[in-house]
Design a protein around this ligand. Sequence first.
Ligand code: ADP
Ligand code: MG
Length: 321
Amino acid sequence: MTENPLPGTASEPIFELSGVQYTYNNRQVALDGIDLVIRPGEQVVLLGANGSGKSTLLKILDGIIAPTGGRLRALGLDIAAVVDGFDAFRFHREVGLVFQDPDIQLFSATVMDDVAFGPLQLGLARDEVAARCDEALGLMEIRHLANRAPFELSGGEKKRAAIASVLSLRPHVVLLDEPTAALDPRTKWVLVNLIRRLGEAGRTVITATHELDIVPVIADRVVVLGEDRRVHADGAPAEILGNRDLLIAANLIHEHLHEHGGIRHSHPHAADEPHVEGHLVDGHLGPGDVEADPLAAAAPWTPLAGIVDPSVVAPGPGGPG
Ligand code: ADP
Ligand code: MG
């Protein structure tokens, strides 16, 4: 756990946002009135389509930028003061942001140098720096990469190194911006399980993503940001992922209407999922049946079944169209 105890009691909020707005260049609205309370130990996913304000919100939570409207109290501090430097040193020991692009976080000759950077900045003794680096590398299971150059790592290895470089500060709060973006499936699930363990160890973990399938693994709470840059929903993963209309409205899945073999039908796709042909058992629908959803008819809407997986749905006669 952290050396600096968090202010107040365990139930005192870590973040308390009221009417938080952020506008870039006086013009580009990125957040439009966010009310949110996040408590210690919560595992929160900020779920939203591209451009819904997730990265902007994480930068505000991390004290990099101050809201242009409304208020955020973080660890008992006014975030605007932290952005101006007040108690910023303590704040950044407690809250760490892992950027979407690991190349922003990794700038040293070796992974070890990057992971040691934060603790060295804290002025800790060599033994303590070494212990923290070993712990952070161990948590991300990359001790074997300590002496490698970051630029020669794979995407998934870079990501784990970037997270380790934040963990070596032993922050209580870890903010992750689209940690699984652009990773192949195996690498992605390895990382997702490592993120889950961070939460299990008692940290507060806030992950921005639009990938629905990782949500049940890493979240006990989901906050949905809409394309109007407001909070559309806030609830348990099963409740949010089971709400198909909400997911469609937030552009997290889309209703795909199409036709093959003279049969028109619609079904939901993850917003960024390529369309998969041959997923329908022909004959379930008559020509002209537009509204019916064969997946929903077969079983109650479940989010992960709704994201078409060609391995679980038989192709129609004559194979994929
Ligand atoms: P997300 O991370 O959910 O994709 P962002 O927080 O990056 O969303 O962006 C929210 C909105 O703010 C978008 O409309 C985006 O175009 C705009 N935006 C983000 N960064 C900047 C910037 N540096 N300058 C101007 N507009 C920006
Ligand atoms: Mg983003």
